[in-house]
Design a protein. Structure first.
Length: 422
């Protein structure tokens, strides 16, 4: 297949193998697999999705035949840190574990300037675009009361990249900053005044303050800004961030879900206790984000000792309760993780192995595509209708072994991404 430079001149894509989660329950099957699809396009958006038929017009210059290749919408990166990306090479020895990485990152922040941040963030966006990402959310360290330099620099880049990768910023603020109501409200108002911005926080047993957490959520509500939080990124059985957030979310019922990333502590709690917490989360407008690479690397970390615990949260149990679960790349080549790229496929591949996931293409590929799990609290079914006609196409593979042996091409509503990934 030779993808077109632009889908704007095409009226349809034929013989696309879409994942089950993107199709209605009544979709026909062939030999136990979903029938191939025709995707109708109008004005650079998806107009209709129907089962492919041999009677469909063939050979038209305005129809693109994918020959049964696997197809996903444009990929979603729900959790990155492009303000810190590609800094590991200039650091010395780092104490193993999360808190050691936090300390090393804070020291590196002192040497950053606008040019440094811009160059590294641009490289990260280019990396993500080449992987097929069309929307990326980046947390940005916000250690003080006022917006940091990286907030402004990445905001400028977001405007320049708007037609290529939709970038959203999340203010990563230490929880103690919200202990004073006036300060909490001031930070929330500053974030709300920025375009495509969310309020975030780092919630951990080392800094936990129930009143500060309540004021963080209250400040976001008053400023009408979304919440995207680092929660319980540890293996302490005393961690209570997620359970407290679930209780507050059930009371508030925000229009957008509260995003809770990491929640590693669930994996360390006794089974019955962890499932009780998940039952509460299922009854609240909460979306979970799992970050397998950094969690595997940082949790239960000690020099000279093989880790015993994986540190990945209970994503299979969460999905069984219809809790939205996204998977992200998190840190790339920085103090928290010296490895990796901004490629959601790599993150999902690692999650499939570490968390022993089944039906990765037909079920779990949703975790790197479902932008509606961030935008809406109603947890409705997925649909391509009215979405921009951006797709990631995988050739030379099948749904059983995907994403292995897959050659990747990115089709775009107004063009093709700059590279084909092998």
């Amino acid at each position: 297949m030779n993808p077109p430079l632009s889908l704007a001149t095409y009226t349809a894509i034929d013989r696309a193998r879409l994942p089950r989660w993107l199709l209605p329950d009544a979709w026909p099957t062939t030999l136990g697999e979903p029938a191939l699809a025709t995707i109708e396009i109008a004005d650079a958006r998806v107009h209709a999705v129907t089962p492919y038929s041999d009677t469909s017009p063939a050979g038209s210059a305005r129809r693109l035949d994918l020959g049964g290749a696997l197809v996903l919408p444009g990929l979603f990166e729900p959790h990155a840190h492009i303000d810190k990306a590609y800094t590991r090479s200039r650091m010395g020895r780092i104490v193993p574990g999360l808190l050691g990485a936090i300390d090393a990152a804070a020291h590196d922040r002192e040497r950053q300037n606008a040019d440094d941040i811009r160059a590294r963030a641009y490289r990260a966006l280019l990396d993500a675009e080449r992987a097929g990402v069309t929307r990326l959310r980046t947390h940005i360290d916000w250690p003080d009361a006022s917006a940091p330099l990286a907030w402004h620099v990445i905001g400028e880049l977001a405007e320049l990249w708007r037609d290529r990768v939709h970038v959203e910023r999340i203010a990563l603020v230490p929880l103690p900053r919200f202990a004073w109501r006036d300060r909490a409200n001031a930070i929330a108002r500053t974030v709300a005044a920025s375009r495509d911005a969310w309020l975030g926080g780092f919630i951990h047993t080392s800094n936990f303050d129930a009143r500060a957490l309540e004021q963080l959520i209250d400040a976001a509500s008053h400023a009408d800004v979304g919440l995207d939080l680092h929660v319980d990124e540890e293996l302490s059985t005393q961690a209570r961030g997620l359970s407290d957030i679930a209780a507050l979310a059930r009371e508030m019922r925000p229009a957008r879900p509260i995003v809770c990333s990491h929640v590693c502590a669930l994996a360390a709690r006794p089974e019955r206790d962890a499932l009780v917490v998940l039952d509460r989360v299922a009854d609240a407008p909460i979306t979970l984000v799992s970050l397998p690479r950094t969690n595997l690397l940082l949790q239960d970390a000690e020099t000279g000792r093989t880790p015993r615990l994986r540190g990945i949260t209970l994503i299979a149990e969460a999905q069984a309760r219809a809790i939205p679960v996204l998977i992200g790349t998190d840190n790339v080549q920085d103090a928290f993780c010296a490895y990796g790229t901004h490629d959601p496929i790599d993150a999902l591949r690692l999650a499939a192995i570490a968390a022993q996931l089944d039906d990765v293409f037909d079920r779990w590929s949703a975790s790197i595509c479902r932008t509606d799990w961030i935008d809406r609290a109603d947890r409705g079914p997925a649909s391509l209708i009215d979405r921009r006609a951006d797709f990631t196409v995988f050739e030379d593979t099948d749904a059983h072994i995907w994403p292995e042996a897959a050659r990747r091409s990115m089709l775009r509503a107004h063009g093709i991404a700059r590279a084909t990934v092998h």
